[in-house]
Write a protein that binds this ligand. Sequence first.
Ligand SMILES: Cc1cc2nc3c(=O)[nH]c(=O)nc-3n(C[C@H](O)[C@H](O)[C@H](O)COP(=O)(O)OP(=O)(O)OC[C@H]3O[C@@H](n4cnc5c(N)ncnc54)[C@H](O)[C@@H]3O)c2cc1C
Length: 372
Amino acid sequence: MIEPRRSSWWEADALPPRPQPCDLPTRADVLIVGAGFMGRWLAYHLGSVARRMRVVVVERDRFAYGASSRNAGFLTCGQVSEMLADVRSDGMEAVVQTFEQRLRGIELVRDEFPGLEIDASGSTDWDPLTEPKRELARALNEVAGTEIYSVRRARMGERERDAMFNAADGALDPVAVLRCLEARTDARMAFGVRATRVSAGLARVETSDGPREIGYDRAFLCTNAFTADLCPDSKVVPGRGQIVVTSPVRTSTDRTLGYLQEGYNYFRFVGDRLLIGGGRHIYADRENGTTDLTPTPNVRSYLTGVAACVLGHSDFEVEHHWAGVMGFRGGRHLGGSPRRRVDASTEVVAGFGGMGVALTPVVAREIAEEFA
Ligand SMILES: Cc1cc2nc3c(=O)[nH]c(=O)nc-3n(C[C@H](O)[C@H](O)[C@H](O)COP(=O)(O)OP(=O)(O)OC[C@H]3O[C@@H](n4cnc5c(N)ncnc54)[C@H](O)[C@@H]3O)c2cc1C
């Protein structure tokens, strides 16, 4: 039996109807597989640098079904607790490089879509403040040339304390971004079309009318967690993330974006509800390595407990719960490139982990500029 498609909060009223059989071109200058953030940003930027190119995007879902329409919508350059852990594992240079890229990504999203609603409330890192975190914050402010990080009094439930605040972060509706990108590209977007083999200038795809072939000059596999289906040695490893949204709540907790436990848990408010995600570190054995988009009761109950701590009470219901899948580059968490050559005309661009909202527009623009 085929698993039913499960909608996220952002998709609830917004999904397009089931795709109709489509006339697919038999040739593309650029073929993009996957219509998540990466595929759509790439189609969008290619449209502005190389207008006459025939760009075709194939997406197996009716919209996008991996991470981009199912995430938390944090447009973020990072919080110090996670970044300090990253300094220890990947080194300061990789952390600064990613921080700068994410800052560029925030700017790019704002510049390209000035009408897009972004909640510029900033973010609060709720983990204990330590001297190494303060030092890292000072160093990152110096890199940015402005005071992004500062220590502020912050309130969670009835408790108040000092916490590290990030003034650059904002929150958006990821589906609104995906829609803006689709509306502003001339690329041929074909939904309900699954690529089964993409190599050496020829793609085989499955459509509701049966199999088709598309010849291409260049192809980009923007298939994230599912990349191994097309390219087994891509080294992109899947990992599931789950999110719940509560019933309307009352609380004194600050309405900034919030990070807990080195960013493994995170929350924001959507209207008068709390959206909270995480738990991957607690249920690592089940959440890592899977592309199954079925949410699980253990993570739901864990997130319900974390939500009660954030709100300072348990007077709420969980009304929405869904899962998305990320792609992680095997090996180092940061640094290096998400691009990997498969052959002379085919490339993987995947593995943004939990940072794709800000990183994908930057990487897409870099690739598009090579076509200018
Ligand atoms: C729960 C959760 C919360 C997150 N929160 C945040 C956040 O707040 N901020 C942030 O920056 N990042 C966040 N992320 C990460 C972010 O969502 C991803 O980094 C980003 O969406 C990756 O975009 P993508 O286009 O590479 O992948 P995806 O969005 O996964 O797109 C891949 C697409 O490829 C399609 N596809 C796969 N195989 C095929 C095939 N064979 N043929 C055709 N189509 C195919 C899939 O259907 C899918 O639509 C979160 C992720 C999750 C799961």
